[in-house]
Design a protein around this ligand. Sequence first.
Ligand code: AMP
Length: 121
Amino acid sequence: MAYDPENIFAKILRGEIPCDKIYEDDTALAFRDINPQAPVHLLVIPKGSYESLDDFSDNASDAEIAGFFRAVGTVAREAGAVEAGYRFLANNGPDAHQEVPHFHVHVFAGRDLGGMIKRAP
Ligand code: AMP
């Protein structure tokens, strides 16, 4: 599937729609999720046009990958989430219910986050 430049995170990166920005560097942008699932719910996205973790891990440069994951750690640290703990999660594709086709990781913190994943019924 080709990258859709009209996805909402691409529009945020181009400055066409606002976001509650908390961090930015050469490779990554982080902002608050508009529909938070935890007291701290942040999104970290690469600046490059990658639709998913699969696309990012296959096609991004080593510098982009290193820069991005350093940014995730920095964002969690600056949010004060390290001591109590946090979770980062990336949804990839339909079974994971990925809604926005621009690679992003969620950073959740600020409460006990419970078990990792619901068991199948
Ligand atoms: P995912 O299901 O992993 O694709 O998650 C997409 C996330 O993006 C959801 O948690 C949404 O609440 C969030 N989201 C969608 N639009 C915006 C927006 N304009 N600003 C911040 N977060 C958004």
